[in-house]
Design a protein around this ligand. Structure first.
Ligand code: T4K
Length: 415
């Protein structure tokens, strides 16, 4: 790419490719009219929360779709994790990946349970079952794997290792609603699983989450704990919390569910368009879905190999951001490098070689129903341009940043 073409990039003063920012996680919105009708019902009924009819219907629909006996709708996915792990009796130490959103670790630490970070598989993004046994101690009470990006982890192998130590497994399936593993819906594995229905998720209820399980006793405990531990009007049997989903959230959830097929179709088209647009770009590898399974395609994730692209993940982010493409470095720098875990386990990285190697190279790109095929073409076109002229772009960005560092030093020296 010659200098003139480079000048067209917004990062070097050109016009941004998009007038408005394109986000990772712009909400999927279903039929607004249906939502308004439900809102009308809620207001007329004057039951706004405390497991009203909308929440009950939402729970039933989720349980049916997943194929489990129980769904307990929650205020969000984090509280769902906290309650599920508490109700099972997790304490002491729990084995979990660091390659996840920090809520996975926080849900444990919030209850004084130590997350013991386990590395991911070489070349993968998910917990490595082969590494679990080296982390089991007498204090270990469970395993908390994550079905990251809606792609299942090695569920059978994890359950088998955990079983050999009699450790219960709770799956963090925050991303994986509507996805399957070996033909069976995610949500039906382990003692329990959780979903998130946050605004940025495939199916959203503004904020929201759920615990799903086939264990009747566990479901009962989760339900009680979610409602302050009340077992009747005047009797409390557990330390509980307020983890309830509201009626309006359930109304949004139900409305989202009705459009689930359209959301999948839209996401799938975007995914195929990304796949086509990125396939010949050296150093940019799309994390692929197994299309023999059910997928929600809600995350478009690429791995950048800087040795080939000559621009780092960070530089790519800077260039895309200037074009109004708000890509995200999920989940950099890893839970083990965030507080309080960084202070508790300053050397955790030594055991997390695959995680450390991956975290600096991952970018999530915008998708969802707010992103069109034309948007995706533009995004992949830009990435292609970037990779063709990675060396020149990288040099120019680095020259600019060292110029501005020099300038800042001169200003400081003059002050
Ligand atoms: N486990 C895992 C593996 C998780 O990924 C998460 C949550 C949880 C557990 C816990 O579930 P929740 O307690 O959240 O239910 C977001 C979400 O807040 C979080 O739910 C999610 N995972 C995580 C992966 O992403 P941020 O801070 O990266 O994104 P946020 O909220 O800034 O949204 C991204 C972009 O989406 C925004 O820049 C703009 C756009 N957006 C967002 C919202 C909320 C909109 O256009 N409209 C909106 O209403 O955390």
């Amino acid at each position: 790419m010659n200098r003139k073409t480079l000048d067209k990039l917004a990062v070097f003063g050109g016009k941004p490719a998009f007038l408005q920012p394109l986000h990772v996680g712009t909400p999927n919105i279903g039929d607004k009219q249906r939502l308004f009708e439900r809102l009308e019902d809620i207001l007329n009924r004057r039951i706004l929360t405390n497991r009203g009819p909308m929440v009950q219907e939402f729970e039933q629909r989720i349980a049916e779709l997943v194929g489990v006996r129980h769904c307990i709708a929650m205020s969000n996915g984090t509280v769902a994790l906290e309650i599920a792990t508490r109700a099972i009796g997790f304490k002491g130490e729990v084995i979990a990946p660091s390659m996840t959103f920090v809520a996975t670790a926080h849900a444990l630490q919030w209850q004084q349970i130590t997350p013991v970070f386990c590395d991911i598989k070489p070349g993968g993004h998910h917990l490595d079952p082969a590494r679990i046994k080296e982390l089991v101690t007498p204090r270990t009470t469970g395993v908390l794997p994550v079905n990251l990006w809606g792609r299942p982890c090695d569920i059978d192998a994890i359950l088998s290792v955990a079983d050999s130590y009699e450790l219960p497994v709770v799956f963090d399936s925050a991303h994986a609603f509507g996805c399957s593993y070996k033909g069976k819906m995610i949500g039906s594995f382990g003692r329990a699983e959780i979903f998130s229905f946050h605004a940025t998720k495939f199916i959203n209820s503004f904020e929201g989450g759920a615990v799903v399980t086939n264990d009747d006793d566990l479901a009962e405990t989760v339900r009680l704990m979610q409602n302050f531990g009340f077992e009747g009007r005047d009797r409390v049997g557990h330390v509980g919390i307020n983890g309830k989903m509201t009626e309006i959230e359930a109304a949004m959830g139900l409305t989202s569910l009705e459009s689930m097929d359209q959301f999948v179709e839209h996401n799938q088209q975007n995914y195929h368009c990304y796949k086509e647009g990125l396939k010949r770009i050296p150093g940019v590898e799309l994390v692929e879905y197994d299309e023999r399974e059910r997928c929600n395609y809600q995350y478009i994730v690429v791995e950048i190999d800087e040795r080939i692209t000559s621009v780092s993940c960070n530089e790519m982010l800077e260039v895309l951001s200037a074009e109004n493409i708000d890509a995200r470095r999920y989940f950099f720098p890893g839970c083990h490098r965030m507080e309080p875990y960084r202070s508790y386990f300053p050397n955790a990285g030594i055991l997390l070689g695959n995680t450390e190697n991956l975290l600096g190279r991952v970018l999530a790109l915008p998708t969802g129903t707010a992103i069109t095929i034309e948007d995706v073409h533009k995004i992949t076109g830009l990435i292609s341009l970037l990779s063709e002229s990675g060396r020149a772009v990288g040099m120019r960005l680095r020259a600019r940043s060292s110029r501005s560092n020099r300038l800042a030093k001169e200003v400081l020296a003059d002050a």
